[in-house]
Design a protein around this ligand. Structure first.
Ligand SMILES: Nc1ncnc2c1ncn2[C@@H]1O[C@H](COP(=O)(O)OP(=O)(O)OP(=O)(O)O)[C@@H](O)[C@H]1O
Ligand SMILES: [Mg+2]
Length: 326
């Protein structure tokens, strides 16, 4: 956990409702997929904030909203005290240099027609940073930083393994000296042994360059190793946020309790029962009323159907949105 609690990024009431086309020709549909539905959180300089939650709960959409790859329906994204949502194109372009992304699929995210050197230099070319000669030097330096041979610059991506490709993606993300890197399932497509190497590289780079990470993953063990704090998402909302310890040892939201009951206990004598949730994640096209989780919640009350719960701070940095939390 970083010593300073300086806010680097603040997200307020962030929403993305994707319009759905009507099945009737020429008739506008008033339905929308509520992929992200009013999300609030801060990210502090130098920390790793993990984002967990079932498939389709809006993690990747949230990542794309943060660096404005897609425009939000509503809400504010403040990076270093400036709202990205209201920036003009020029200002956004220069601010985006400081926010980079690493995606899940190391195969799809590298253009097979370009050499590794060109791929890594691409952000420098787009942002007109450095001369042609100094770019080559920077590319070689970046390759070495991510643990690859500098001669690899003249090869093509297909000549590399998944782990090496993810290193190339990381080198690309580092090219413009970012402050925040959003990693969207960066190791999910890799073998377990390679996963550990890439995770360790990310940790080492964080120390070396004072990076801040948002780390999206469905693997709670990877999250435990990597993250200082965790945000738990359910159907477009953050239902609980706190340090790993706060969430692991004292989960407040019934969804978090179920999610964390699935990971092995630290102490073999600890009593911990696996909670199996009923049903499947409801559609974000038509989310349940009140608390989005109430239909699957083992302890739901009448109020949960009628009213969405507010985020309540339970201890220090720990917050949960549940009517049972006071
Ligand atoms: N461009 C789009 N148009 C319509 N719906 C979309 C669009 N992009 C995402 N969605 C929907 O938004 C919801 C959230 O998707 P998202 O990809 O953010 O989930 P996720 O949490 O990243 O899932 P996963 O763990 O599988 O990666 C899903 O129901 C998805 O179908
Ligand atoms: Mg995703």
């Amino acid at each position: 956990m970083p010593t300073s609690m300086e806010t680097l990024l603040e997200v307020k009431n962030l929403k993305k409702h994707f319009p759905v086309s009507s099945s009737i020709p020429f008739k506008k549909s008033n339905q929308s997929v509520k992929a992200v539905d009013g999300v609030n959180f801060n990210v502090y300089s130098g920390e790793t904030l993990g984002v967990v939650g079932e498939s389709g709960c809006g993690k990747s959409t949230m990542a794309r909203l943060i660096n404005q790859l897609i425009k939000p329906t509503d809400g504010v994204v403040t990076f270093k005290n400036k709202n990205l949502v209201e920036m003009d194109a020029e200002m956004l372009r220069s601010t985006r240099k400081k926010i980079q992304m690493v995606f899940q699929d190391p195969y799809a995210s590298l253009d097979p027609r370009l050499k590794v050197g060109q791929l890594i230099a691409e952000p420098l070319v787009i942002h007109k940073v450095e001369t042609k000669e100094s770019r080559r030097k920077r590319v070689e330096e970046l390759l070495e930083i991510v643990g690859l041979n500098k001669r690899f610059a003249d090869r093509y991506p297909h000549e590399f393994s998944g782990g090496q490709r993810q290193r190339i993606n990381i080198a690309r993300a580092l090219a413009l000296n970012p402050e925040l890197i959003i990693c969207d399932e960066p190791v999910s497509a890799l073998d377990v042994s390679v996963q550990a190497q890439v995770i360790n590289l990310l940790k080492q780079l964080q120390d070396q360059f004072q990076l801040t990470y948002i780390f999206i993953s469905h693997d709670l063990n990877v999250v435990r190793y990597m993250c200082d704090r965790i945000a738990v998402m359910y159907l477009g909302k953050i239902v609980e946020i706190g340090t790993y310890e706060e969430i692991y040892s004292n989960p407040q939201h019934p969804y978090t309790k179920a999610l964390f009951s699935a990971i092995p206990k630290k102490n073999p004598f600890e009593q911990k029962e696996r909670i199996i949730l009923k049903g499947t994640v409801p559609s974000p096209l038509n989310p349940p009323s009140g608390c989005h989780f109430h239909e699957r919640c083992p302890v739901a009350m009448d109020i949960c159907k009628a009213k969405a719960p507010k985020a309540i701070t339970t201890e220090n940095t720990h917050q949960a949105s549940c009517h049972l939390v006071h």
